[in-house]
Design a protein around this ligand. Sequence first.
Ligand code: NAP
Ligand code: 8YV
Length: 313
Amino acid sequence: MKPDLVSIEPLRPQSMAELAETFTVHALPADRSRWVEAVAPVAERVRFVQTTGFSGCPSDLMRALPNLEIVGVMGVGVDAVDLAQARARGIAVTNTPDVLNDDVADLGIALLLMTARHLALSDRYVRDGRWKRLGNQALATKVSGKRLGIVGMGRIGKVVARRAAAFDMDISYHARNAADVPYRHMPDLVAMARTVDFMIVIVPGGPGTKGLIGAEVIAALGPQGILVNVSRGSVVDEPALVEALVSGRLGGAGLDVFADEPNVPEALLGLDNVVLAPHVGSGTNETRGAMADLVVNNLRAHLSGEKLLTPVG
Ligand code: NAP
Ligand code: 8YV
């Protein structure tokens, strides 16, 4: 008999096939409100859960699985998993760090370039005939050589900084602790926001960072400033951000993540100073493949009593 595994949100087909070789896979419906009811017939038997950073493993579902041993998350961020319950019950949680650093850093820099250089607007300007009708597009903002503040200097933040250094940028960062990097540590986030041209946010989500980028930070970044968020929507006070973008008190924003995905505030959709992406920081075939492999290998390692490859905490 293969052990039972609940799949909350599927991995790529190849990885699901690999899981099916080892486990009896029970796929959950897309509708979250039906998850607890859907696992009921097999709940006692389930020792394994496979999920994503987006879907996580909510408290009620975890409670409904009394013999759960491990949650394998495709994603480095585990803010959607009830970690307190996992810890209390001795349930292992694994994530997929490092393999996505390049892609997320690339997207952070791409969003900065696109926002500062008005590239999404440029594309629309050419496609809808404005170039022919109206002539040249309005001038944009230079990126190279400017002052960048990175919020979070962890695995991904360090790669963002390396990329930014190649653009001759002056780099500061905010984190609770100084990291072993050759950039300026700014323990005061508002002070950093006052002294930089652009900010890229790449800290974990969850209660510790909720609303970290609030109205005061946004105001300090100012009408010429650009905010890029590739972390979690919860890290930014979204109503304050929208208000500042609409009123012009913040220059622009490049956003990959939102407070209530996939819902994006209506007010952002008509703004030319905003570039929007549907949470695709790690969204390449190569990286999602490597992430999925890590999930499968962690779950198999647990089954065979081997050391987990990438346990959380
Ligand atoms: P990491 O290596 O754990 O780095 C996290 C950084 O954030 C550290 O520098 C940490 O430094 C800092 N930090 C944590 N809490 C903080 C706080 N309250 N105030 C200020 N700084 C704080 O994480 P990572 O691998 O770089 O990933 C970061 C996050 O990116 C993930 O958790 C995930 O949410 C997000 N992400 C998004 C995508 C996407 O598709 N957009 C993809 C991958 C990851 P201190 O501990 O010293 O404060
Ligand atoms: C994933 C992410 O797209 O790694 C993370 O924390 O946000 C992304 O890489 C996400 O986890 C998939 O739902």
